[in-house]
Design a protein around this ligand. Structure first.
Ligand code: AMP
Length: 577
């Protein structure tokens, strides 16, 4: 496939306003792919060169791209800057300056290879080398191709194609329907690598999915917890459980092999440089290879207290990682192990995995075992919950002792339990901003009146509206938010957004916000959970608690299924002291 053909498909995808259409067009792209092409194309359509967890950076920002464009198109930098001022989008500027067509254009595989080469160029004189290579590439591309190339390079692709949409499109392309989605999804949960899945599917068929194993260096999709309203419900549903404190820190998946240690966040980003203490402690572990799951939390030796999550990440960025590592060192409470010395441990029952963690971490101070209490008693579970709350922790997680590690699953193998008073919701909901309203008076100055927020429908891979948000932010907060949002504004409803309400401005669904609401109520105005004439769900009195984009992708927002469960649970008997 020529890069120009891919660019034409990207144009079609960009103009689409419905999720089914996205899947259809994307499956057409896939049907036209060879085995060699499908992997790079899978990364490129998500605006990347490699899977999400590989921190490959092309390393050319706006200014350098403008220089490259001037070189490629025989213009002055002023010409390019002027055009950029008019379009506000360097992709469109490239489109305006490049020739509409070219006689010979490169294949997608070649463009991908040349971008890799640019990304891999480092050391002295590398900027100049990158510039030359990029200008050379632009010089081979027609206008539509140049537009997409520039957007990919800047990380500003606008398609917003989610991973489930890619999986559906692969299934349609191979089988003509969605039936392969579960097998593909299972391989995806083990590897988080859509390109590898696509290539294996094309080369070996569905049977090839078995060859995609848990591997050091490729994060597994994190297992997640369900909710239940009180200890009685937990014991009734799960029986004997292992109870652990629920730490409010930063989820870390720690990988080690002979070559290196990598640390991934909950949303599968590589975070290794943020955690030098954890890297050092992992190197010291007496294993050749290992994958651990845990929660990192900062501990202040001076006050002998744990420091809350938001503060931890903000201060690390501000004060510098190394200084912070000495004043407020991090610890990780490790609660699971998925792999050790060549063996996939995910099928083992939790009790056995926990015993392995317990033995492995003996003697490590930085990597601590999250303590586990076995019980089938409501009284003991209640006591554990209240004890942990009084120690300033969020609550507890109760785990089924006979359960395997189910990557990517949110089910009753893990149940989180927090304090719940008088039937109100105490658990927060993670929403995604999908639009905003202009607002009057003071707020209008900052460009936002109310925000329109949605949750994630994981079956349909759509963001569905659930609430307007208007309170809880300082003026400074509003201003900051507006700055963040301006780069996400789009005039048409994004394809994966489903909302009956039409805001003044749509936003590409990227910003994840944690909100606390009093209650979930039925509502005919919102599309979250709405089926036919039945009402959807809304949040009553939502307040913004924090911004979670640092550790949550939009697809990690609360799902419609969770909202429905929270709705059903909210009037059950709460926990009492
Ligand atoms: P939530 O984000 O509210 O769905 O709660 C699940 C999160 O709690 C996980 O993603 C972990 O980051 C965190 N967590 C804290 N302590 C534990 C624990 N002992 N076991 C599992 N998850 C935990």
């Amino acid at each position: 496939m020529k890069f120009s053909e891919l660019a034409a498909y990207l144009d079609q995808l960009e103009a689409t306003s419905g999720r089914n259409e996205l899947v259809r067009i994307l499956s057409e792209v896939y049907r036209a792919c060879s085995v060699e092409e499908i992997e790079p194309i899978t990364y490129l359509i998500q605006g990347r060169l490699a899977p999400f967890f590989e921190p490959v950076e092309i390393g050319l920002g706006e200014r350098l791209l403008m220089s490259a464009m001037a070189m490629a198109y025989g213009k002055t930098k002023e010409d390019v800057t002027r055009s950029f001022r008019q379009t506000g989008d360097l992709g469109l500027t490239a489109h305006a300056l490049a020739p509409k067509t070219r006689a010979e254009t490169p294949a997608v595989v070649e463009v991908h290879r040349r971008l890799w080469e640019i990304a891999g160029t480092s050391g002295e004189g590398s900027l100049k080398a990158k510039l030359d290579l990029f200008a050379g590439l632009l010089g081979d591309l027609d206008a539509a191709s140049a537009k997409h190339l520039v957007r990919i390079t800047l990380g500003k692709m606008r398609l917003g194609i989610g991973d489930p949409t890619v999986l559906d499109a692969l299934s349609f392309a191979k089988q003509g329907d969605r039936s392969l989605r579960p097998v593909l999804e299972a391989a995806y949960n083990r590897s988080s690598d859509l390109g590898l899945i696509a290539k294996t599917l094309w080369a070996q068929g569905v049977e090839g999915m078995d060859t995609i194993k848990v591997t050091v260096g490729k994060p597994l999709r994190s297992q997640l917890a369900e909710r239940l309203p009180n200890p009685e419900a937990v014991i009734k549903k799960l029986g004997l459980v292992g109870v652990q404190p629920k730490y409010d820190g930063f989820r870390v998946q720690i990988h080690k092999d002979a070559r290196e240690v990598s640390i991934f966040s909950r949303n599968l980003e590589t975070m290794t440089p943020m955690f030098p203490e954890l890297v050092a402690a992992t190197i010291a572990l007496p294993v050749k290879s290992v994958i651990l799951d845990g929660e990192a939390i900062a501990y202040s030796p001076a006050s002998e207290e744990y420091v809350p999550f938001q503060e931890t990440t903000a201060r690390r960025r501000k004060e510098g990682i190394d200084e912070f590592a000495t004043t407020v060192p991090l610890r990780a409470f490790v609660f699971d192990i998925m792999f050790r010395d060549g063996t996939d441990l995910t099928p083992l029952p939790y009790e056995q995995r926990f015993a392995i963690v317990d033995t492995l971490l003996k003697g490590s101070d930085t990597l601590q075992v999250a303590p586990l209490t076995r019980t089938d008693s409501v009284e003991i579970l209640t006591r554990e919950l209240l004890d942990n709350i009084s120690r300033g922790l969020e609550g507890v997680v109760a785990k089924r002792l006979d359960s395997p590690y189910q990557a990517g699953a949110r089910n009753f193998n893990w149940v989180k339990l927090k304090r719940n008073t008088s039937g109100q919701l105490t658990d927060t909901v993670d929403v995604v901003l999908i639009g905003y309203y202009g607002g009057k008076g003071k707020r209008a100055e900052f460009g936002a009146g109310a925000l329109l927020a949605g949750v994630y429908d994981s079956d349909k891979d759509e963001f569905v509206s659930i609430s307007k948000l208007g309170t809880g932010l300082s003026d400074e907060g509003w201003r900051d938010l507006h700055r963040q949002m301006s780069r996400l504004e789009v005039s048409e409803k994004p394809a994966r957004v489903n909302s009956l309400l039409v805001p003044d401005m749509w936003l590409r669904p990227e910003v994840v916000v944690e909100v606390l609401a009093d209650e979930i109520t039925p509502s005919p105005r919102h599309s979250a959970g709405k089926v036919g004439d039945q009402p959807g769900f809304a949040l009553r009195f939502p307040r913004i608690v924090s911004f979670r984009s640092a550790d949550k992708k939009p697809e990690d927002a609360t799902t419609v299924r969770e909202i429905r469960e929270m709705f059903e649970q909210q009037h059950q008997r709460p926990v009492r002291d």
